[in-house]
Design a binder for this molecule. Sequence first.
Ligand code: DX5
Ligand code: ZN
Length: 225
Amino acid sequence: MSWRDWVRGAEVEPSIYAADFLHLGAQIETLLAAGARIFHVDVGDGRFIPPVTIGPILVQAIAPPIHAAGGRVECHLMVESPSDQLALLAEAGADSITFHLEVAPDPASVIASARAEGLGVGVAFNPETSVETAAAAAAGADFALCMSVHPGFSGQAFLPESVDRVRRLRELVGPELLLQIDGGVGPANARSVREAGADLFVAASSIFYADDIAGAYRSLAAVVA
Ligand code: DX5
Ligand code: ZN
């Protein structure tokens, strides 16, 4: 089923970047039981962003329980050579990848390569990248990911100008393309981003740093509902 048809009105997408990796399986089960259907995996190569983060072997571990519960695994590729990662991630069980326009001179070819691997695909763009560029590159993708922090780490503050960037992007791309927002998303800003037209709300620290991660997921889901 296409991503557009599969996504409910709006989805909160826990990013496991801020998870407790000693207890990752239990935290994923808790969030699945709380209603989470998309898990966001931040793949970093130590070049496009400073840290090397996580990748296919982790996707391989978490994809089976997520799929068994009817969920999907979305991989945000913060890497300089996204095309090199597609086959490995697809094989590991990823359902979609999002790549950065800043390192993709020919976005249409990355979109085609991802589709050839059976992956859903999104185009991500940094706070400095023009929304017009992103809108043009997103033709043929399932979603566009507007970064609301500079990519690299969890726990950064939401850049307030991101709300207007999402609104402008929605005007440019029309109603069909899913819009994802990533970075500093929490109860204080999610409603305004929803009203600006976003559908997918990536959240790491606002969920995983809470004492009650299921409660934090549910309250954020209620804010964007
Ligand atoms: C950071 C990643 C984000 C990160 C979000 O650049 O792309 O997905 O995990 O973390 P929070 O929600 O804490 O800003
Ligand atoms: Zn991310």
